[in-house]
Write a protein that binds this ligand. Sequence first.
Ligand code: AMP
Ligand code: GLY
Length: 419
Amino acid sequence: MKLLVVGSGGREHAIAKKLLDSKGVSQVFVAPGNDGMTLDGLDVVDIGISEHSALIDFAKEQDIAWTFIGPDDALASGIVDDFEAAGLKAFGPKKVAAELEWSKDFAKSIMTKYSVPTARYETFSDFEAAKAYIIKEGAPIVVKADGLALGKGVVVAMTVDEAITAAHDMLLDNKFGDSGARVVIEEFLDGEEFSLFAFVNGEQFYIMPTAQDHKRAFDGDKGPNTGGMGAYAPVTHLSPSVVETAIDTIIKPVLEGMISEGRPYLGVLYAGLILTADGPKVIEFNSRFGDPETQVILPRLTSDFAQNITDILDGVTPDIKWAEKGVTLGVVVASEGYPLQYEKGVQLPQKTTGDITTYYAGAKFAEDSKRLLSDGGRVYMLVTTADDVATAQEIIYKKLKEQETTGLFYRLDIGSKAL
Ligand code: AMP
Ligand code: GLY
């Protein structure tokens, strides 16, 4: 069977590579993908994620069994609805279900209605009202653009002034475009963050190992927020009861709520959680796999990934199995300057072999050769599995030291919170 993955980053590389390793899968296309993926035998197709009809035509021509949708913006624009209307299967939520990610206000209202623990909040489109609320609540306080802002629309304000400036930027200065036409202002939650993912079909869900992302650009969680600079799974220092509580108080009620709302969920549900003194609470829901969490979760899947997804799509109970031992850890290598301004075209080191996997996010062949050059903010990620976090760090950081990474940078403390 032939499969298609939509998206171009490290997440899609990990999804596509795992699918190609599955029995009965002869070919995996990635649209638009990136050239680094071809080193793993994946076929990249030059069609963008917003070109739904071109993607549908391609899937029909190639007799694709089903398509896995990676990115949030594709889901928010209704790509799954369009595939289904064309009689094609796609793994991901429809637009009305993906609203859990593309509108923070919607997500908050669902959480309130179905008693899912999350930060107290109010939504505003009027700046003066927002300002009055911030002054009343005091700092620290969190200001969020309502819509998709590629991870940049969140300001964790330590002072009232900072929060007012953020609300001003979003509501009056239009800094985040339409996504900031409304803002959600919420209570600051204190605690350790972790990500919990599940494969979902309606009420049925299958939890994956917990993972922890590192969102800030620099060591010690300093610097600007990024898409994510590294991750590891599972988060072994979280007690199993935390995960049980999260399943009972968060995953189950939100999925039942989505059914009651007439928006049954299919695909990967990503709960961004924070472990507060009162138990796990939701920071956000995403309607897709995380990047870079996917690159450390999927290598731990020991069952047949393509068969698992086929079963979930068919409403059959999948036989999903995960590695029980060890930890999988990965460090993202990004362009110097990311997430702000950065240069492209830096020559990349050789793809790793053996125990270290390279997942490419922004990589492109030089025009005259098959030398890989950097072509994005996040460029590639090295991932390995070892007995424990310290050993995995040793393996990855030794390899990174050997690599020529001029013009690129990476964090030196991925996983250190688990030590
Ligand atoms: P988000 O885009 O919603 O994931 O937010 C980005 C980051 O902001 C999160 O990973 C948290 O570190 C932080 N954050 C968001 N909401 C809150 C909150 N209510 N309390 C504390 N930190 C938060
Ligand atoms: N790792 C953060 C995200 O995918 O949104």
